[in-house]
Design a protein around this ligand. Structure first.
Ligand code: PA5
Length: 451
């Protein structure tokens, strides 16, 4: 296992008595997560727990074949999806390759993500980028009915059909429910190849299904190593014993800090290629825990960048934060700081040192300063930023999140709050079936929002 939970910076904030007091809650959450009983909270959504060993091997092979085809005939893959049908794939590509993946020299297609906003400027730009290049589309939606990707798909479908005529259907790959939803209906009608989001895996837990795997394979990631990392994490974190399970200790510590008034968790990394992983973590924890008036608010930062913006608040502001810092044993590559004869910048005290050494010192300096400022720091140490360790990290956080949610007493797998804005938006867009709400909302806008 490439992961280690380092609790050395928590002494002032979490005692061993605190951890021991969580044993019962952890045991109950573990039981709930591992039971097959259908009448338990979230029972229909626990397919991801055993996914690293139970995944559909035939579909896995088909994903690799589709990826090879896309790599051969396309300069660009457009991945259309939002939320759990978007963040995991983008985060994984940036984690293993680079946040500049599209700009670096490579023998795999560029990958653009569409349908994750309703910005016309963004979509128009993407359509222009793809117009004169060979491209394929992977449209991803578990429900098959989400508005943002549906709009983007309509526009890209029109473009690809105009460009390739009948051949277009060879370039459209659909990832959705195995039998229901508008997208499934459309894919079957048009004869597009389809991949399945399993019934018992929700969007934010789906990165290790076809949802993430097809874009990752196109980007040239090693899917076998990724799944191996997740499988090893699955074995490692199946241990019900709190003192031997880092994943459960992390979940317990989060809840202890929450009970002590720390209501914001800042996910931190010193690697900019982790920025999208931070976004994935924010969705995972925010949608899983934030309900029934409860939950830790997930925020994120990339240091040292954000030490020059958010750092002041973290150090000195209201004491509602704790940080979860993911650090890596080695960088993807390193740079030595050269000696300069004139030393006009007075930097020769660093000559011969590597940037990763300086980055490590920045981490050590910050963790000491922030803990002095009453901000508890949980540190997760990881090996290299490769596929294997990514698989470990994904499983670690998914399981810690589900355990935390159960310990908090919420269903970590639903997202009822997301529906409220959708209902209002449909009504205001005058979607058939929303007539009554539409009238009521328009009246409210007139009276409450009038200038
Ligand atoms: O985690 C979730 O379930 C959500 O964030 C969904 O992934 C998101 O709303 C997109 O849904 P769908 O894949 O059905 O289009």
């Amino acid at each position: 296992m490439g992961l280690r939970l380092n609790c050395a910076y928590l002494d002032k904030f979490v005692s061993s008595a605190d951890i021991n007091s969580m044993k019962d809650r952890v045991a109950k959450a573990h039981e709930l997560l591992h039971t097959d009983a259908a009448d338990t909270l979230g029972a229909a959504w626990r397919g991801w727990v055993r996914l690293p060993e139970n995944y559909d091997k035939d579909e896995f092979r088909r994903i690799k074949e589709a990826a090879e085809k896309i790599q051969k005939n396309s300069e660009v893959l457009v991945v259309i999806g939002i939320g759990g049908s978007y963040l995991g794939a983008r985060a994984a590509i940036e984690f293993v390759k680079s946040k500049n993946y599209n700009l670096i020299k490579k023998d795999t297609p560029d990958i653009y993500f569409a349908g994750n906003s309703i910005s016309s400027s963004e979509l128009a730009e993407l359509l222009t980028i793809c117009k004169d290049r060979d491209f394929s589309i992977n449209v991803i939606s578990k429900s098959g009915t989400t508005t943002e990707p549906a709009i983007a798909f309509r526009l890209f479908k029109a473009l690809i059909e105009k460009k390739y005529g009948k051949e277009a259907k060879e370039r459209i790959f659909v990832t959705t429910d195995k039998e229901k939803g508008t997208l499934k209906y459309l894919a079957d009608r048009e004869g597009y190849p389809t991949f399945v989001v399993p019934d018992d895996i929700g969007g934010r837990y789906s990165v290790l299904t076809a949802v993430g795997l097809l874009p990752l394979a196109v980007a040239g990631l090693d899917l076998d190593a990724l799944m191996q990392g997740a499988a090893d994490a699955m074995t490692e974190y199946a241990n019900p014993n709190l003192s031997e399970n880092d994943c459960y200790r992390y979940a317990a510590i989060r809840n202890i800090l929450y009970d002590k008034g720390k209501s914001v968790e800042m996910f931190v990394s010193y690697e900019p290629d982790f920025a999208l992983m931070n976004e994935w973590l924010k969705q995972l924890f925010g949608e899983s825990e934030g309900k029934d008036g409860k939950g830790i608010f997930p925020a994120s930062a990339i240091y040292s960048t954000d030490l020059h913006s958010l750092g002041q608040y973290v150090q000195d502001g209201r004491k509602l934060l704790f940080e979860t810092v993911v650090v890596f044993d080695e960088p993807k590559c390193d740079i030595e700081i050269p000696f300069d004869e004139e030393n006009l910048d007075s930097l020769n005290f660093l000559s011969g040192k590597t940037l990763s050494y300086v980055n490590r010192r920045a981490f050590e300096a910050t963790v000491l300063a922030h803990t002095d400022g009453a901000v508890p720091n949980i540190v997760i140490e990881c090996g290299k930023m490769d596929e294997y360790n990514l698989g470990c990290l994904i499983y670690f956080f998914e399981k810690a999140c589900a355990m935390s949610g159960y310990m908090l007493g919420v269903n970590p797998f639903d997202q009822p709050g997301v529906e409220d804005y959708k209902r209002n938006m449909f009504a205001l867009l005058e979607k058939p079936g929303y007539e009554e709400l539409s009238k009521a909302l328009l009246d409210r806008i007139k009276s409450e929002c009038a200038l």
